[in-house]
Design a protein around this ligand. Structure first.
Ligand code: XIL
Length: 385
């Protein structure tokens, strides 16, 4: 590469801004300047989308997503509460729009998720007379749900997050004391993966969690998955969510995590990448959606815009992260961002509601940020080229 970094970024900026602005840009040179093409020999680059972005209501966002990304995860619409709100009622209408969108735009569809303690209706864990369900009742319910949902999307979903966030964040126990574990027992994961494999033998099956860059949680994850592999439970990959911030986790911990999972012989996926740029007081890296922090105006400093020095910081952090991903590109099969743009990021509401966060590559006006160009540049200079 003969251009200096700054010159290359300027060239990329003018090319890509025009691609963002003109939905009908056809020139091949412009079309090559996308994330999906820059990383095509490395890994899939995915995005989590919401309903309005795939059903045409937010057509501009949908076009950008389809042009830039090669994989798609529904942000909420395949969760239990969306697909199976009542015992005898499944509702696939919302989720089917993602399958259509993914097919139309040649994107890999990721199913998120089958078994989780959050966004799951209360009735799931109840038996007759409002008493807690028995192990047999809950296993049967799990089997029906997984067979029905995975069966419905058979041939359309590339891979499923079969179990989400089963590991504990502290204490002596390996597993979180979720209703799944309390009622069924530690083997609930084994059953979930086996039901999923029965329903679609071709789909890849993943374990997905946050905070796996933490030494204790990473070690526990390795232990959990090793046990499953020894028991011949069908699992193909591990998703590390990667809800990061500007300083944490360190590059060393990010790298150790990828390596630890690759060493198990499994595919490694970065499934929910974002970089929180707002101040936080609670345990960083804990992305449990039920965690809340006290609101405080000092914790919301960028309501009027994102200053240049912060843009640069974010761009450098993303360059650092993608440097690691590219180094491990033979182990990593997908890197998915948790949201298309800053305006729709869940981090505007977590862990404090109503803040203005700037964690992604695309801003609220759907324009690429400096961070977008630093990631694009990393891809265009990938060792695979
Ligand atoms: C989040 C969504 O982004 C929000 O819209 C929703 O209100 C709560 O869930 N880990 C996960 C995701 O696995 O499903 C979560 O998504 C973010 C944390």
């Amino acid at each position: 590469m003969f251009l200096t970094d700054r010159k290359l970024i300027l060239v990329l900026t003018s090319v890509v801004v025009s691609v963002f602005q003109s939905a009908t840009a056809e020139e091949p040179d412009k079309n090559t300047a996308t994330l999906r093409s820059a990383f095509k020999d490395d890994f899939l680059v995915g995005v989590a989308l919401n309903t309005a972005q795939v059903d045409g209501r937010n057509a501009n966002a949908g076009e950008i997503a389809a042009r830039q990304f090669s994989a798609l995860t529904p942000e909420n619409d395949m969760k239990w509460q969306s697909l199976h709100p009542q015992p005898d009622r499944y509702d696939f209408k919302g989720a089917d729009a993602y399958a259509d969108f993914a097919e139309k735009h040649g994107m890999a569809l990721i199913g998120h998720n089958l078994i989780w303690h959050s966004q799951t209706p209360r009735w799931v864990f109840q038996g007759a007379d409002g008493k807690p369900a028995t192990r047999e009742e809950l296993l049967k319910r799990m089997e029906d749900h997984i067979h029905t949902v995975v069966g419905h999307f058979k041939g359309k979903v590339k891979g499923w997050d079969v179990v989400n966030e089963a590991l504990s964040d502290g204490g002596p126990d390996l597993l979180r004391d979720s209703p799944w574990r309390k009622i069924i027992g530690d083997d609930f994961l084994d059953h979930a993966f086996r039901f999923a494999r029965e329903a679609d033998p071709q789909a890849e099956l993943y374990y997905n969690d946050y905070g796996l860059e933490n030494e204790r949680k990473r070690a526990n994850c390795v232990k959990l998955i090793k046990g499953m592999l020894e028991r011949k439970v069908p699992i193909d990959g591990i998703g590390t969510q990667s809800h990061f911030n500007l300083n944490q986790p360190s590059p060393g911990e990010i790298e150790k995590t990828i390596q630890a999972f690759a060493d198990l012989g499994l595919k490694v996926m970065i499934t929910e990448l974002d970089v929180d740029i707002l101040p936080g007081r609670g345990p960083q890296g804990n992305a449990d959606i039920n965690r809340r922090e006290q609101a405080d105006p000092a914790a919301n400093p960028y309501t009027g815009g994102f200053p240049d020095d912060m843009q640069e910081k974010l761009a450098r952090r993303y360059a650092e992260i993608f440097g690691i991903y590219l180094k491990h590109r033979r182990s990593i099969t997908r890197v998915t961002f948790w949201g298309l743009d800053d305006g729709t990021s869940w981090l505007n509401g977590f862990p404090i509601r109503g803040r203005t966060n700037h964690p992604l590559l695309i801003d609220r006006q759907l324009k690429p940020k400096p961070a977008f160009f630093s990631v694009l540049k990393a891809g265009m200079e990938s060792p695979a080229k």
